[in-house]
Design a protein around this ligand. Structure first.
Ligand code: UDP
Ligand code: MG
Length: 338
């Protein structure tokens, strides 16, 4: 076996999969296929188009390519389950040694695909395309994207590269690891970051959409943000625990202040006891919610079958001893028989 991360030799018939989630992309299917095919003309490729419940002729456009003998597979949802679910379904069905995920509207430039495959053959496990800017992107999209990554990275256990959407090449080993997750609502780029494989980044400028309109409504963007944060972090649940601790400390100090006021005769009758009861109950409630949150976070992680750790590299065997190193007994390390 070739040890990672050395450059890998190109095996005969090594298959590359291109996974393309498509929601109402009828007018882009053929252009997308042609552009990727010519960019990777030297490669054995399969296309996995995932029709995410489109209401236009997306599926027919893919079927048309198939009938012409193109190496294309169609995975079709009965309704719109969302971009991330489509990506995951595509990864599940891709057969390649490397899998490229990209949008089906030509915003992710196919000309860059050879750079990605070169990086992969050079030993990269994850090749992540980082968007410098998007031609014709409006202000709202740019600001909301920045805000999203700022909040996500504040809460997340692992950093998620800003502006690196789902334009990535993944080695088969990474895809197999991603597919271990049982998330019902996966946030694919977050799961990839979580796995901890080394990432090679390439910057690019995203083009304008080739045809059609964006399928990402504001509602879908908000849903994706919540999905991303809850998928990568249980910190929002833990925050109430720390708020509980903080308010307990505040309650204690305020109760002390109320008791001193009572003994100094500075309070009206009944105020001290009311204040103590109110602050005490508030603190106890917040603390209890926080503790519940901690347990719910653990149940949540367990139910998602989150792997304990991910082995990126492991030696299969120990190196054979050359005669100069072969000593029958090494006192500083102890004997195996000890
Ligand atoms: N997409 C999808 N399901 C959806 C919305 C979008 O599969 O519900 C696909 C879409 O066809 C495209 C990719 O996800 O291939 C990115 O979506 P889009 O271009 O609409 O988003 P934008 O680039 O405007 O953020
Ligand atoms: Mg787009």
């Amino acid at each position: 076996m070739t040890p990672w991360p050395q450059a890998r030799m190109r095996a005969a018939n090594e298959l590359l999969s291109v996974v393309l989630p498509a929601y109402n992309e009828e007018k882009n299917i053929r252009a997308m296929y042609g552009a990727v095919r010519s960019a990777l003309s030297e490669e054995a490729i399969e296309f996995v188009f995932v029709d995410d419940g489109s209401s236009d002729g997306t599926a027919d456009a893919v079927r048309g390519l198939r009938e012409e003998g193109a190496p294309v597979r169609l995975v079709r949802f009965g309704r719109n389950f969302g971009h991330q679910a489509a990506l995951f379904a595509g990864l599940e069905r891709a057969h390649g040694s490397a899998i490229i995920m990209m949008d089906c509207d030509l915003q992710h430039p196919p000309d860059l695909l050879p750079c990605m495959t070169r990086a992969w053959r050079g030993g990269a496990k994850v090749v992540q395309m980082v968007r410098l800017k998007t031609e014709d992107a409006h202000l709202f999209k740019r600001v909301s994207s920045r805000l999203f990554y700022a909040v996500l990275n504040f809460l997340s256990e692992v950093p998620v590269q800003a502006a690196a959407a789902d334009f990535q090449l993944l080695d088969r080993q990474v895809v197999d690891a991603v597919l271990q997750f049982k998330d019902r609502k996966p946030f694919v780029r977050g799961l990839i970051s979580w796995l901890g494989f080394p990432v090679t980044r390439i910057e690019y400028t995203a083009s304008a959409r080739h045809a059609g309109v964006s399928g990402y409504s504001l509602r879908k963007m908000l849903r994706l943000s919540v999905q991303a944060i809850t998928g990568l972090s249980s910190k929002p649940l833990q925050i109430s625990f720390y708020m509980g601790l903080l308010s307990s400390a505040f309650c204690l100090a305020y109760a002390l202040f109320a008791v001193i006021g009572y003994f100094k005769g500075l309070t009206i009758p009944g105020w001290t006891s009311v204040i103590i009861v109110v602050t005490f109950l508030g603190a106890v409630q917040l603390l209890s919610v926080g503790i519940l949150g901690e347990y719910i976070a653990r149940i949540y992680e367990q139910s998602r079958a989150v792997p304990r750790c991910v082995v990126v590299e492991a030696d299969e065997s120990i190196p054979e001893c050359s005669s100069s190193f072969a000593a029958p007994y090494a006192p500083e390390f102890g004997n195996f028989a000890d």
